[in-house]
Design a protein around this ligand. Structure first.
Ligand SMILES: [Zn+2]
Length: 311
């Protein structure tokens, strides 16, 4: 067992803040690499299972017809390009400068401090390193510290840290790519249901399960109604799964506050972007960042916000 004094130090606001810096540094990698992995898997599936596969072709185009030879050629061309891509996982290879390929040495990879020491530039080619990298590390550290203050030095606090890290990662990936990977949304649902079953989240298992269903269902309904009225698909399934995760984590009672916050802030930002910055109205605005904001606010201020709804 861990020494009680050491455990208390690790679970203190300072200890979890340092952990947050390290986790934030890893989240930067995940945000960068996970979408690339999804696109790679999508192309791989297309080549292997769909593009030139008679089993996919014949049910639609006729039992005896064969896919046109151009499709087989295209599949081969894509497969050849995929072969050329370097192997990449979330842990390997080591981080490098996207501009010049310079592999970061250990002292160039310390959260926040390296960015400050390097004055925000690659040590080899002097290209600017986005301020978002240290910002994500600082925000993660802030969230973890806040969790330490809010939930105290107990194991459940680590569950809240994991949930906060997942929400932040989803927000960033959705913002960058309008994708919400299942590999992030489904673990959030699992974390919520598991936490409730273990008695770690102060949400009953019934309220967590109802929260998951109501979270998914409410956004599905919003999308359905929107489609009837405006004939456009406004809500992606990733948003529904993400909101299901928030419902599982916080219970169904938190959903009205989380959704009002998300929709309210999203509407204001959307109007400012379209009216102020001339953003193209037809371009989809990712909803995940706002759902994450609503969810994170409810993690910390849930009871106060719920009181507004339920008295
Ligand atoms: Zn460089």
């Amino acid at each position: 067992m861990l020494d009680p004094g050491l455990a208390a130090a690790l679970m203190s606001p300072l200890g979890l803040g340092v952990l947050g810096l390290l986790v934030g540094s890893f989240l930067n990698v995940v945000v960068h690499r996970l979408p690339a992995q999804m696109w790679r898997a999508w192309w791989q599936d297309s080549v292997e299972f769909q593009l030139a596969d008679p089993l996919a072709w014949q049910p639609l185009f006729g039992g005896k017809s064969a896919p046109p030879p151009q499709l087989a050629a295209a599949a081969q061309a894509v497969a050849a390009e995929l072969q050329k891509l370097p192997e990449e996982t979330l842990l390997r290879p080591r981080s490098r400068c996207p501009q010049c390929g310079h592999v970061l040495r250990w002292w160039e990879n310390i959260p926040v401090f390296s960015w400050l020491a390097l004055r925000g530039r690659c040590s080899a080619c002097k290209t600017r390193i986005a301020w978002r990298y240290p910002a994500v590390e600082l925000v993660t550290a802030g969230l973890f510290s806040a969790a330490a203050v809010h939930f105290g030095a107990q194991p459940a606090t680590l569950l809240w840290c994991a949930a906060l890290a997942l929400l932040l990662t989803m927000a960033l990936i959705d913002f960058d790519t309008t994708l919400l990977p299942d590999s992030l949304t489904l673990p959030l649902i699992g974390l919520g249901l598991g936490g409730a079953l273990a008695g770690w989240t102060a949400v009953t298992p019934t309220a967590a399960a109802a929260g998951a269903l109501a979270g998914y269902g409410s956004l599905w309904l919003v999308g359905f109604i929107w489609q009837l009225l405006r004939k456009v698909n406004a809500m992606a399934e990733g948003d529904m799964k993400m909101f299901a995760g928030i419902g599982a984590l916080l219970g169904w009672q938190a959903l009205p506050s989380a959704l009002t916050l998300a929709a309210g802030v999203g509407a204001v930002v959307g109007i400012v972007m379209i009216a102020g910055w001339g953003r193209d109205r037809s371009k989809p605005i990712p909803f995940g960042p706002y759902l994450a904001l609503g969810g994170i606010c409810c993690v910390f201020f849930g009871p106060a916000l719920q009181a507004l709804w339920f008295g």
